[in-house]
Design a protein around this ligand. Structure first.
Ligand code: K7E
Ligand code: RUQ
Ligand code: CUA
Length: 651
């Protein structure tokens, strides 16, 4: 079978030869094909995705997990799921939200002082160097509670959550500038930027959109809120964004819908949002010079809102950094081509994508060739002065990704349930393929970087309907792997997505990822620093002060030290545990009965569990990872003696 993977012509020949001669188990290949009702084409597709044991995937994909508040990591072309990365939601396997270190990360994501245990993750972005994925960091936004999560790809752990100080709803994040100077986030539904109440009658004056540029410090691996800024935008529902690259580096683009500024409310005797938001013929693409905006902020031209630097619309217009271009109604994706020369916008209610030319936009700005202004004084460039070409693709174009071949793009067609392949330089459709069903985003390998890798495309379908074994009314979504290496797109594989609704996925060549297999001894994986409470085997100890017991322990095959911890009813008990293993994949877990504790201690990691021992009793603790033949013996007891009783000799 190995030969099959190498060359399709040779594979086809081999296949016909081997039909009768190859026996696998009790049957020949021919018998097997008959029994499972498989065609030769099916076998070819299988051979293109099948990965024998121990084999590696060529690409790793990072999918947002939608309502699950997590991310999903899977391989391409095998479509095997490797891992979830918990970001905004507790996840016990990884101890996320169960150890003190990760609780601190989750606590960074408090909104209005409230702990949130979920997020609506939409768009992951991998950090870039000169516009190419560099495999160091991953960013993901939360649409419901405007936040960005930062994941370090050396251990696939979330290390930071930042809360947007001026937004109440967002969508256009996370997108990075070509050297990850900034992580972009835009609003969705407008609201007052100061977070205060304003009546709907004051919508046009008090409600606003915004775009935030979060400053990323690569050395520290952290977003720096104090060096980040926003630009105030009109109360249009802002949607997706993308950063320019190459010639358009320094600019960003975001589209918007409901530029009617319509506020529905059947309760108020008004037609619903969707009616009022469809009155105009076009919406508005926003074109922003972020490099100049950053200089203006440095020069003190911003005002503070909730302690955060915001450039007003007025300043942005005066300084010439904000422009609008009419775009197809109800747009969705806005995607900059790998060479940075074109900006492709899909309009959900349209049948064509609009390919805007960056050169033409710049020429119009230079010549001050504006057709009008919006109600906030922002200059509008006439659509025909900015347009390169419109390509009729089919109904409901949404998102666009790029091929390794120049001028070749793929756009999802939501209404038609298809992917269209086309030449965006010439404006020519090249191929179309049906998917199942109702595609949202799509992803090609490194397909939004300056060097897309081609080869595969994944269709992120919103509906699966009849594609899988029924598992109840809530269906998994269907990610369909498509071979794009030839002229015709070929469907290879359907993967049910078991966790939430991925909106977008990014895939990176596996050789760019260098994940570690162990931590430097005694690491707090969330701060990425030496954990102050880590200890070496032999120096374990228990510190006691009135009302408080602190345990400094280790885990190594096959014991937990200490094995008995005795405390008094009412004590606060904190376990600081270090996995002393150096061997690959020797993770130990740590669970205590009845206290909602589970830690994941990978080799070298230190994590802490804090409980209040408020009920006398006997509480077994144990290792939750099957780590050796004596795994079941990795156990111990937390003894909580009644208040006022004397400590036993052993404690
Ligand atoms: Cu689902 Cu990008 Cu949030 Cu489109 S978004 S489909
Ligand atoms: S025992 S290796 Cu936990 Cu049933 Cu299984
Ligand atoms: Cu350690 Cu099981």
């Amino acid at each position: 079978m190995n030969l099959l993977l190498k060359c399709s012509a040779a594979a086809a020949a081999l296949l016909s030869l081997s039909l009768t001669s190859t026996a696998f188990g009790a049957e020949t290949l021919e018998q097997l094909m008959k029994r499972r009702n498989l065609t030769q084409k099916d076998l070819m597709a299988a051979a293109k995705t099948y990965t024998p044991t121990g084999g590696r995937d060529e690409f790793l994909a990072f999918a947002s997990g939608g309502q699950a508040g997590q991310m999903i990591v899977y391989g391409v072309p095998s479509m095997r799921i490797y891992k979830y990365i918990s970001v905004f939601t507790p996840e016990p396997w990884q101890g996320f939200g169960f150890d003190e270190e990760s609780k601190k990360v989750l606590a960074q994501g408090k909104v209005d002082g409230k702990d949130l245990t979920w997020g609506d993750t939409h768009h992951p972005a991998i950090s870039e160097t000169n516009g190419d994925y560099d495999g160091q960091y991953l960013f993901i936004n939360d649409k419901a509670n405007p936040r960005i999560g930062v994941i370090n790809l050396h251990d696939f752990e979330t290390t930071q959550i930042v809360v947007n100080p001026i937004m109440r709803s967002e969508h256009g994040g996370a997108f990075v500038t070509p050297n990850t100077e900034y992580v972009i986030e835009t609003t969705q539904y407008p609201a007052p930027l100061d977070g205060k109440y304003a009546p709907l009658e004051e919508f046009n004056d008090k409600f606003r959109g915004a775009i935030t540029y979060w400053k990323f410090n690569r050395e520290k691996g952290k977003i720096e809120p104090e060096n980040s800024f926003s630009i105030e935008l009109p109360p249009y529902s802002q949607d997706l964004a993308d950063a320019g690259k190459g010639p358009s580096d320094g600019w960003s683009f975001n589209n918007s819908f409901c530029t009617e500024r319509y506020v529905g409310g059947i309760e108020r005797g008004r037609p619903p949002f969707e009616a009022g938001c469809s009155a105009n013929d076009t919406d508005l693409l926003h074109v922003i010079n972020w490099k100049k905006a950053a200089e203006l902020v440095k020069a003190g031209k911003a005002t503070k809102i909730n302690g955060h630097d915001v450039l007003s619309i007025k300043t942005a217009v005066e300084e010439g950094i904000l422009f609008l271009i009419p775009e197809s109604k109800s747009p969705h994706g806005v995607d900059v081509s790998p060479d940075g020369k074109y900006i492709i916008v899909g309009g959900k209610l349209d049948s064509a994508v609009s390919v805007f030319s960056f050169d033409k936009i710049m020429a119009a700005i230079k010549d001050k060739k504006f057709s009008s202004k919006d109600p906030y004084g922002i200059p509008i460039i006439d659509m025909k002065d900015a347009l390169h070409v419109q390509v009729p693709l089919g109904l409901g174009p949404l998102h666009t990704q790029f091929d390794s071949k120049p001028c070749v793009a793929y756009t999802s067609l939501y209404v038609d349930s298809m992917v269209a392949k086309y030449d965006y330089c010439e404006g020519k459709v090249l191929d179309k393929i049906s998917i199942h069903y109702n595609i949202g985003h799509l992803m090609t390998m490194e397909g939004d970087s300056v060097h897309p890798k081609g080869k595969y495309l994944v269709a992120l379908n919103k509906l699966a309907i009849d594609r899988f074994n029924p598992v109840g009314p809530l269906h998994p979504q269907n990610h369909q792997l498509i071979d794009i290496s030839g002229d015709k797109m070929e469907l290879l594989y359907d993967m049910p997505v078991p966790l939430g609704e991925p909106h977008y996925v990014v895939a990176i060549s596996q050789d760019k990822l260098k994940p570690s297999v162990r931590y430097p001894y005694g690491t707090d994986s969330r701060t990425e620093q030496k954990h102050p409470q880590s200890v070496r085997p032999g120096s374990e100890r228990i510190d006691r002060s009135p009302g408080k017991v602190e345990v400094f322990g280790t885990l190594i095959r096959s014991h937990i030290t200490p094995e008995i911890v005795e405390v008094e009813e009412g004590d606060e008990v904190i376990f600081h545990l270090t996995n002393a293993e150096r061997a690959e994949d020797e993770t130990h877990g740590f669970a205590i009965n009845a206290h909602n504790i589970n830690l994941s201690l990978e080799p070298g990691k230190t994590a802490s569990a804090r409980i209040v021992a408020d009920r006398p009793g006997v509480y077994p603790y144990y290792c939750t990872e099957f780590c050796s033949a004596l795994h079941l013996e990795m156990q111990g007891y937390l003894m909580v003696r009644p208040k006022g009783t004397k400590a036993t000799a052993a404690s």
